[in-house]
Design a protein around this ligand. Structure first.
Ligand SMILES: Nc1ncnc2c1ncn2[C@@H]1O[C@H](COP(=O)(O)OP(=O)(O)OP(=O)(O)O)[C@@H](O)[C@H]1O
Ligand SMILES: [Mg+2]
Length: 235
């Protein structure tokens, strides 16, 4: 038997690669439950019948040529063709179902993105159920906390809440309104209970930062000892 030359071995290597690619694609249908291939404009060029059915499309043939989002709402295939980056593991929440999905870009021999392939696993979602439940719980708790924080940080008073029509009050209000127009730090001085905090809320609400959080810090509640340690650290 003649020895195998280097070029033969390279050919062999190429051939194995070509065959494995081919068989991978031919087996896609069996490997995962849902497969979709899009072109570089994120139009469906291939989808398997099972996936089309699960998505509520009349048939796979019916889905061909349509923008991927029309058939798979919330699909990120367009992002994959645009960025050329794969999204290896993700959850796709689409028409009434959640799938575990994997998306990879398809490139030509020059590395130019020519499309993308998406794989969806239907039943694996079941085994991930406990994880979903945990995630959902955490998301719900986060949403509640964020809502509460936003409420807490919304300015509670406006200038109309500031009662008083005496010249002094009018002047204070006039100055506060002007301060609200400026991007400057404002120092409010006055005896306790005279409405400094009320004015601070009003100034924030009338400023360009109105949409952002109002964060009130009650300096009086910070223990002296703590302030003292900060002072010592600064020395
Ligand atoms: N001019 C005003 N119009 C309407 N409500 C006022 C006015 N001034 C004070 N108040 C009310 O009095 C209470 C105390 O006001 P605020 O908390 O703004 O005082 P403060 O100047 O921040 O006091 P402290 O120095 O004790 O923190 C609040 O309920 C506030 O709504
Ligand atoms: Mg105050």
């Amino acid at each position: 038997m003649p020895p195998i030359s280097l070029s033969d071995r390279l050919l062999d290597h190429e051939e194995i690669r070509r065959l494995s690619m081919q068989s991978l694609f031919e087996n896609l249908d069996n490997i995962c439950e849902g497969t979709v291939v899009v072109d570089r404009d994120a139009r469906i060029i291939w989808i398997n019948e099972r996936y089309a059915t699960r998505l509520g499309a009349i048939s796979a043939a019916n889905a061909i040529g349509r923008a991927v989002e029309e058939v798979i709402p919330n699909s990120l295939m367009r992002e994959v063709v645009t960025t050329g980056q794969p999204i290896l593991i993700d959850l796709l929440e689409t028409t009434g179902a959640t799938f575990v999905v994997s998306r990879i870009p398809l490139k030509d021999e020059h590395g130019v993105v020519i499309g993308a392939a998406g794989f969806a696993f239907f039943d694996q979602v079941q085994s991930l159920k406990p994880l979903f439940a945990k995630l959902e719980n955490m998301q719900r708790e986060l949403a509640t906390a964020q809502k509460r924080l936003a409420e807490e940080r919304r300015p509670k008073y406006t200038f109309s809440n500031f009662i008083g029509s005496s010249p002094v009050c009018m002047e204070v209000k006039r100055q506060a309104r002007r301060a609200a127009q400026l991007d400057a730090t404002v120092l409010l001085l006055g005896e306790t209970g005279t409405g400094k905090e009320l004015l601070a809320h009003a100034i924030h609400g009338a400023s360009t930062r109105a949409g952002k959080a109002f964060v009130g810090v009650n300096v009086a509640a910070i223990p002296d000892a703590l302030l003292e340690t900060r002072r010592l650290h600064r020395r």
